[in-house]
Write a protein that binds this ligand. Structure first.
Ligand code: GLY
Length: 254
């Protein structure tokens, strides 16, 4: 069920319907190239790093940001960079972004700029991050003038999608992510749209199907136009007005 993303920069795998921490252990063990692991996460989900995360040969560091869009700024970015320097992180280390879109975008941007780029992995924990923000290599932080005004295109080494994380997701956040699947369906796949509006969305198997298809739609577009010169703009359908409303509501509106 896994999906590969093949861009001009590199090829990486999206492990779909996996047990994230188990797969992560295996991934790290198979690479044998990392010294330390730095997990960047937020105050809502940092408890997901538990005893099953079994890093025998590595030192594990954890940086927890305050949950919410307001953390996706240059101050938090700089604090993380200073933290990395304080623990002497370097290109032999691996950053794990564990969280929703804010953590993924911010940690990805840290990874893409710290020492001109170190490896990172995405473990999205929200539906929105699973179907949109963790896929497609965009990293970013916001400024006072708007969302994602500073950022880069930087491929993760892998993405681990573990549906058990969705079980603890508040309904509001679930709907927030569902809107991205509706977007994907409207821009590319009528059948997916029908599946979303006609199905029982409490059915886990249906959600898995919707997530998989939404990722495939995004994968196809990103492989053709990673840097959004043309076709990828379709993926911003609804985002332009959405970002404006989000900012005007002082990020209280998801
Ligand atoms: N979220 C829009 C994109 O990834 O291009």
């Amino acid at each position: 069920m896994d999906i590969f993303i093949n861009t001009m920069q590199s090829k990486y795998k999206i492990y779909l319907d996996c047990i994230a921490l188990k797969n992560l252990n295996e991934f790290i063990a198979s690479k044998k190239e990392y010294k330390n692991i730095i997990v960047i996460t937020d105050s809502n989900v940092d408890h997901f790093i538990d005893n099953s995360f079994n890093l025998k040969n590595y030192k594990l560091y954890k940086y927890v940001i305050e949950a919410g869009e307001k953390s996706k700024n240059i101050e938090t970015y700089y604090k993380i960079i200073r933290y990395l320097t304080s623990i002497k992180a370097d290109r032999h280390d691996l950053i794990i972004a564990l969280g929703g879109g804010v953590v993924g975008d911010l940690a990805g941007f840290v990874a893409s700029t710290y020492m001109r780029g170190i490896d990172y992995i995405q473990i999205p924990t929200s539906l929105l991050a699973m179907v949109d923000s963790s896929i497609g290599s965009k990293t970013a932080i916001n400024t006072e003038d708007g969302k994602n005004l500073i950022g880069s295109f930087y491929n993760p080494r892998a993405v681990f999608i573990d549906f058990t994380y969705l079980k603890t997701l508040p309904q509001k956040e679930f709907l927030n992510g569902l809107s991205e699947t509706i977007k994907a369906s409207i821009i590319k796949d009528r059948k997916l749209f029908e599946l979303i509006i006609e199905s029982d969305l409490n059915n886990e198997e249906i959600i898995k199907k919707i997530v998989k298809r939404s990722i495939e739609i995004k994968r196809e577009i990103v492989e053709r136009d990673l840097k959004e010169t043309k076709e990828r703009q379709l993926l911003n359908f609804g985002h332009t007005i959405g970002h404006a409303l989000e900012k005007l509501s002082d990020y209280t509106l998801p």
